[in-house]
Design a protein around this ligand. Sequence first.
Ligand code: NAD
Ligand code: WQD
Length: 342
Amino acid sequence: MKKKILVTGGTGYIGSHTAVELIGSGYEVNIIDNLYNSDAETAERIGEITGIKPHLEVFDICDRKKLDGFLKKNSKISAIIHFAAYKAVGESVNKPLDYYRNNLDSLMNLLDAMIRFKIPALVFSSSCTVYGQPEKLPVTEDTPIKPATSPYGNTKRIGEEVIRDTVFANPDLKAISLRYFNPVGAHPSGLIGEMPRGVPENLVPFITQTAIGLRDMLQVFGNDYNTPDGSCIRDYLHVVDLAKAHVVAVDRLLGDKNKKRYEVFNLGTGKGVSVFEAIESFERVSGVKLKYKVTGRRPGDIEKIWADPSFANEELGWKTEYSLDEAMRSAWKWENSIRKKI
Ligand code: NAD
Ligand code: WQD
């Protein structure tokens, strides 16, 4: 019998790619999503790619009664991957309570339900944002956590602590927090990808929207940083590589080999890429000359950060396979496919 995985936020950007990989690896996928930042059609698209449409239940995980009702109906869930959260850093500064409520209530409801419904394993979407600007690069899992610079970032730091404490108090629970660096790109089919609401905050969707004519030009936020070309440096990883790491994390939690009850992994390529290098990569694969101008620094931006992914490489047997060019190519294909539909 197939093992059943509950994917919260499974019609969202990373969740949908993970659902594809889980189905491809022989898991049964059940999705809960309130469609706040996604579309029910994504479940159809996952079905088109894999040949198996995941079951989608539309409700808010902050609603305990609905969550309990769902779990009463759907027994034998082997593990939960918890993607559902609000994620706009800028918005979180203006709406802190919305972020604390949504991101933490949903997590605490799930953990509480896991104990009561005897669901033993959780994978949590954390973020490199917990490191702030690290003193030493690359960043290992032992790099000190810094005070968060946004309510969003704080929900990830607190979320990890809530999970750690709950796991230690409940011997039947196991969990893995995955600290993503910068996920980019889309499924090579062009059927699923990132769908930002309004003006994108993140670099790659802003690049593709500018290239397609939806935005006048990209602003490069600063060229006076202490980096080789003066622009900020990040570790951009292809979303399909990231999705695969979740399958490996679930396998590890459900297997008998690993006895550790709570673990944290950095997920990145290990390579720092500047904003100008990201633009060059996009121009190279799309053949489009991007309109951009250098403007002032974006408040709160981290100068440079990239992962040391060796713990994930060695312990999970996972490493990124796609290049930045491939990620940009897929992001461009996705941008073109959504604009055709609109
Ligand atoms: P996304 O917005 O595309 O997906 C999140 C999904 O969760 C959406 O479909 C949304 O409708 C749903 N959702 C939100 N709150 C919900 C609730 N209370 N109940 C039910 N559904 C709810 O975001 P994403 O980029 O796929 O991110 C997934 C996770 O990864 C998030 O936890 C995010 O914080 C984390 N993360 C993302 C990035 C990134 O750059 N995209 C980086 C690090 C960490
Ligand atoms: C990347 C680089 C910008 C837009 C965010 C979240 C963080 C984490 C990862 C979730 C930076 C530059 C961007 C633009 C630009 N997410 N840029 N012009 O800053 O790493 O962080 O994603 O957990 O919490 O804050 O990603 O894509 O916003 O920016 O020059 O229009 O691109 O300055 O150097 P970032 P990003």
